[in-house]
Design a protein around this ligand. Structure first.
Ligand code: 1SD
Ligand code: ZN
Length: 269
């Protein structure tokens, strides 16, 4: 059978290598983040706007064969959630969110922090306001086109703060087991819920790429240093999803890429 245009999966626990479907530039993602090797900066905080405003319904979550993807609609006041500050080269509007995960025997975050891989990494994809007349794909042709926020999740048996928004999303994963299937998320959501209450003043930031083909070098990455705890029984629901070949959609993270001579900034607590 012909290989899917979307690239072939390699279920190796070191992460996917996209077998020639990615750019092979010097600014690829993900990378191994390290607090001792990064440049410590007391930069501006990231400012979040409309993040706590309720989003218009419905939010649609789709199994696109790579991930569970949620298209983020504007808020009920008609604006999008947006961010600036930090090390962001502009103002960026939220477009979508998705997840990277492991399997029953492996963790699945894309970035590692101090050699630690987390169970899940949430990506909230934003597009530079400069390119508001362009699609996300078009904006990815520019070095400052996109900003992605990364939130790490840790699977634990017992949780004190339940992160009900995320649990509501995870509870609907069984509705999108099949490749190409979608579901409307029930319940009220704001973009804030995707941040899982982590301390957003503590993060790593660097210039990198998309982690899926064509891996365009268009992303200012902000990865928060503090992980949120989520119940393992909810995180397990990711492992039942299937890809376009009806194989388990697991370990959907890309292998660690070389940092080369890029500066990586670290904003401590
Ligand atoms: O993997 C996602 C991909 O699904 C899409 O959302 C893209 C933005 O168009 O971003 C990549 S990632 O680099 O955020 N993993
Ligand atoms: Zn991603």
């Amino acid at each position: 059978a012909a290989e899917q245009a979307s690239g072939s999966y390699n279920y190796d626990q070191q992460g996917k290598d996209w077998e020639g479907t990615c750019q092979d530039g010097l600014q690829q993602s993900p990378i191994a983040l390290s607090s001792s090797q990064a440049i410590v900066t007391n930069s501006r905080r990231i400012a979040f706007y409309n993040y706590d405003e309720p989003l218009q319904s419905p939010l649609v979550m789709t199994n696109n064969g790579h991930t569970a993807n949620i298209v983020l609609p504007p808020t009920r006041n008609g604006q999008r959630p947006y961010i600036n500050g930090g090390l962001l080269p502009g103002t960026f509007e939220a477009q979508s969110a998705h997840f990277h995960w492991g399997s029953s025997s492996s963790k699945g975050s894309e970035h590692t922090i101090n050699d630690n891989r987390y169970d899940v990494e949430i990506h909230i994809v934003h597009k530079n306001l400069r390119y508001s007349d362009k699609t996300v794909a078009e904006a990815s042709e520019y070095w400052d086109g996109l900003a992605v926020l990364g939130v790490m999740l840790k699977a634990v048996n017992r949780v004190l703060s339940p992160h009900l928004g995320l649990i509501g999303i995870f509870n609907q994963l069984p509705q999108i087991v099949q490749y190409g299937s979608s579901t409307n998320l029930t319940g009220r959501y704001s973009a804030q819920q995707l941040l899982a209450s982590v301390n957003t003043n503590h993060f790593y930031s660097y210039n990198g790429s998309l982690t899926t083909p064509d891996c365009a070098e268009s992303v200012t990455w902000t990865v928060f240093g503090e992980a949120a705890n989520l119940p393992r029984r909810h995180i397990m629901k990711f492992w039942d999803l299937q890809d376009s070949r009806e194989q388990p959609l697991v370990n959907n993270y890309r292998a660690i890429q070389d940092i080369n001579d890029r500066p990586v900034y670290y904003i401590p607590k």
